[in-house]
Design a protein around this ligand. Structure first.
Ligand SMILES: [Zn+2]
Length: 415
C-alpha cells in the first residue's frame, strides 16, 4: 500500500464515533461489510475510503476492498467504487452468530468447537503442555506493549530436546484473525496427543523440534474481546498522535524501509511503525527466529492469518524477485493445497506473496527467509474468502483446523 496523504487529525476526528474509550465496546449493529471494486488500485482513493470506514478488512489488496461501514456512510463510500456489493448486511448480527466466547474446560477436542478468551488460551497452553511434560515445555518470545508474555509450546521427539531442525508456527499476529489461534493450537494438540498412537505423527515429531506460538499479538487479541472485535494491530501508541497500533506484519526489520508495502500513517491498518522492529512483539519474534537459526536451523516457518484461502511464500517486498528455492516452495504449497482440498473441498490459491496477493514490506516471511535462513517460509490465509471474513462462525472452526492440519502435515512430510 502506498503511503497515505490524508491528515491524521482529520482521520482521528472522523473515527471518533467508532473508536471506543477504554471501557466501551464497539457496537457493530447497523454496520455493513461492503466489497468495493475500484476502477484501479489507488492509494489516494483508498486513503479517502479509509477515512470514512470503521475498518478496512483486507488492507493492501489491489483494486477490491472489503470495508466495514456504518449505514449512514454507505452511500459516500460506495461513490468511490465502480461496483459496491453488500457482503454482510449487519455486522452486529454476524457477531451474534459467531457464537461468542465459551467457558474454559480442560484440554479436549471440544476445545475446537468454540472461541475462547485470552486468559483461557493461556490456560489451555499450560494444561496441554502439563499433560506431556516428557517431550514438551512452555516457551516465551518476549513481551508485548502491555506486558503480556508471548507464550507457546516447544515439542520434541525421540532425538531429545533441541536435537532437530526447527519448525516455527505463529498465530494471531493480526488480532481479529481468531481462527488462526484455534488452528495453531490444534496443530500443537495433534502433535502431542497423537504422538503415542499415530505412527505418522510420531515420525513428524521425531523429525523436527516444533516451536508453536498461538498468539503473538496478545494485546491486540485481548482488545478484540474487550473493545473492538475487528481490531488488527498491536496496542502501541505514537507520541503526538491519537491513533493506536503498529501492524506487526509490517514491522519486521528486513526490507522494512522499502516503500509501497505498508503505511507510514499511524491511523492506517498497515502502519509500519516509526523504525524497523520497533514493536516489542517483533523484537521478541525476531530474537526467537535468529535463535532458532543459530541453533539447529529453521526448516519451516508458517505465519497463520485469515482470510482469503491463500498459501504464500516470499517475497512480499518485490514482485519481480523469487526465492532461490521457489520451485520447492511451490511444490510443497501445491501438495498442501491438494491435501486441504481432499479433506473438505476448500480451494486455496498459492504463489509468491507480492505477485499473488499484494506487496508487503517488513513482513514475517521475508524476514524468516533471508535473515532467519529458513528453508521454507509460508503465510497461510485461512478460511474464508470474505463471506464471513474474520467472523468465522463456530461451526467452521473444526472443519478449518482439520483441513489446515492436513495441509501442514503434507508440508512437514516433504520439508
Ligand atoms: Zn493477517
Amino acid at each position: 500500500m502506498k503511503s497515505f496523504l490524508l491528515s491524521s487529525l482529520l482521520f482521528s476526528t472522523i473515527l471518533a464515533g467508532v473508536v471506543p474509550r477504554a471501557t466501551e465496546k464497539v457496537d457493530y449493529h447497523g454496520f455493513k461489510v461492503l466489497r468495493l471494486e475500484l476502477t484501479e488500485k489507488s492509494a489516494k482513493v483508498e486513503a479517502k475510503i479509509e477515512e470514512l470506514v470503521a475498518h478496512v478488512l483486507n488492507p493492501g489488496t489491489s483494486s477490491v476492498l472489503d470495508v466495514v461501514v456504518s449505514a449512514d456512510k454507505v452511500k459516500a463510500v460506495s461513490a468511490f467504487a465502480k461496483k459496491s456489493t453488500v457482503i454482510t448486511e449487519d455486522v452486529g448480527l454476524a457477531l451474534e452468530g459467531e457464537g461468542g466466547i465459551s467457558a474454559y474446560s480442560v484440554p479436549s477436542e471440544t476445545w475446537f468447537t468454540a472461541y475462547h478468551s485470552y486468559a483461557d488460551h493461556m490456560q489451555f497452553i499450560k494444561d496441554l503442555q502439563a499433560s506431556f511434560t516428557s517431550n514438551s515445555e512452555i516457551i516465551t518470545a518476549g513481551t508485548s506493549v502491555q506486558g503480556r508474555v508471548l507464550t507457546g509450546i516447544h515439542i520434541w521427539g525421540s532425538g531429545g530436546k533441541g536435537s532437530k531442525p526447527a519448525v516455527l508456527f505463529h498465530g494471531t499476529v493480526h488480532a481479529r484473525e481468531w481462527i488462526t489461534t484455534m488452528t495453531v493450537e490444534y496443530i500443537a494438540w495433534q502433535l502431542l496427543t497423537k504422538y503415542g498412537s499415530d505412527a505418522s505423527v510420531k515420525a513428524l515429531v521425531d523429525k523436527f523440534d516444533f516451536y508453536i506460538m498461538p498468539i503473538v499479538n496478545p494485546d491486540g487479541f485481548a482488545y478484540t474481546q474487550t473493545n473492538d472485535r475487528l481490531w488488527r494491530k498491536n496496542r502501541q501508541t505514537v507520541s503526538g498522535n491519537s491513533c493506536v497500533g503498529r501492524d506487526n506484519n509490517r514491522n519486521w526489520s528486513y526490507k522494512w524501509e522499502v516503500t509501497g508495502g505498508a503505511s507510514t500513517n499511524p491511523c492506517s491498518e498497515t502502519f509500519k511503525g516509526l523504525a524497523a522492529g520497533d514493536a516489542p512483539e517483533n523484537k521478541g519474534m525476531m530474537a526467537q527466529v535468529t535463535s532458532l537459526r543459530d541453533g539447529k536451523g529453521l526448516r519451516l516457518y508458517i505465519d497463520f492469518h485469515s482470510y482469503g484461502q491463500y498459501i504464500l511464500w516470499p517475497y512480499g517486498y518485490n514482485c519481480n524477485l523469487v526465492v532461490e528455492n521457489d520451485a520447492q516452495h511451490r511444490s510443497l504449497a501445491t501438495a498442501a493445497a491438494a491435501a486441504i482440498k481432499a479433506v473438505s473441498g476448500t480451494a486455496y490459491t498459492y504463489g509468491p506473496s507480492c505477485s499473488t496477493l499484494y506487496a508487503t514490506t517488513g513482513s514475517s516471511t521475508d524476514y524468516t527467509d533471508v535473515v532467519g535462513n529458513a528453508t521454507y517460509s509460508y503465510t497461510y490465509e485461512l478460511r474464508d474468502k470474505g463471506n464471513s471474513g474474520f467472523v468465522l462462525p463456530v461451526n467452521q472452526i473444526q472443519p478449518t483446523v482439520r483441513e489446515t492440519w492436513a495441509g501442514v502435515v503434507s508440508m512437514l512430510k516433504s520439508a
